[in-house]
Design a protein around this ligand. Sequence first.
Ligand SMILES: [Zn+2]
Length: 364
Amino acid sequence: MTLFARAARIAALFAAAFFLAIPTSVPAESAELAKNLFGSKKLPAATAPASYGFYSKGCFSGGVAIATDGPTWQAMRLSRNRRWGHPTMINLVEKLSRDATADGWPGLLIGDISQPRGGPMLTGHASHQIGLDADIWFTPMPDRRLSVSERENMSATSLVNEKTHLVKDRLWTSAHARLLKRAASYPEVERILVNPGIKKKLCETVKGDRAWLQKVRPFWGHDYHFHIRIGCQPGSSGCKRQAATTAGEGCDESLAWWFTEEPWRPNKNPDAPKARDLMTMASLPKECRAVLQAPAPVSEAAVTVGPGADAMAVAHAEAPSAVVSEPAQDAVAKPVISPGAAPISAYAATPEMGAPLPRPRPGQ
Ligand SMILES: [Zn+2]
């Protein structure tokens, strides 16, 4: 074999290997569990803010973090690295913390928002995947700064009796109701999830303006925190809207259902795997691959909202500007809505805290 022929053969082998590598690597990645890939990301995708998919099946780019501490908030469970969200969500949490203190609430303890690039989580929530969900504790912020270990271990106080599903009256205050009303007051907020006992308490006690009760929806769990969900944001054409809430205050038979035996029947199949434990990259919108591969910002501080960060500027910008220059910058594909996809109910989420699976109910 001449030197030339040998070189040509080697080149041909390389070419074959290259072409083989692409088709075989795609199924391998498609089969990889999305929670492992998204759960290991430490920083967001430094591209324009956009949510892809649905609250319980998607991801997002252009995320920003809320600082661990602000004048009117403290973030909890820092080790989870779930202080990330769409800039609108993060700004809304920051604004709620200020407005709430003006209402007499001492400040917010902030629970989980999203992972830096969203996606399914290794533990916990079914939703919170597209940067548009945030959990806020019902426990008022203490007047001192909690240590990292306190934030990790401080146990949350349930406001609801787990047998009767009614609010514990010694713990419930009108300040809790004011906080929920304030959260519901923002037009971006589409839904607030609370335990049925809390919804019932609001139904029975709120005087005057009651229109905001429509946004407050009963759901399993949510007895030590409430869950704020905002709608799909401009620039997110790949974001799948949730169904509109039922008209009215929701203090009717749809609430009464929660005080029957049916919603609390033990899960017949408690060991069945949860959706997040099965979700592969192939189950997520295809843009989520590009979100995973997109470059990270230069630092967490560059995309953090709160004191010490020029973060408000970052959060209001179209996209975080301080990014590492890598060719993958434009990697996030134009969002595509898949018309054939079946609509997903907002209640398709696996309930948190090991509660039984949701079943259809009247009026939903
Ligand atoms: Zn939540």
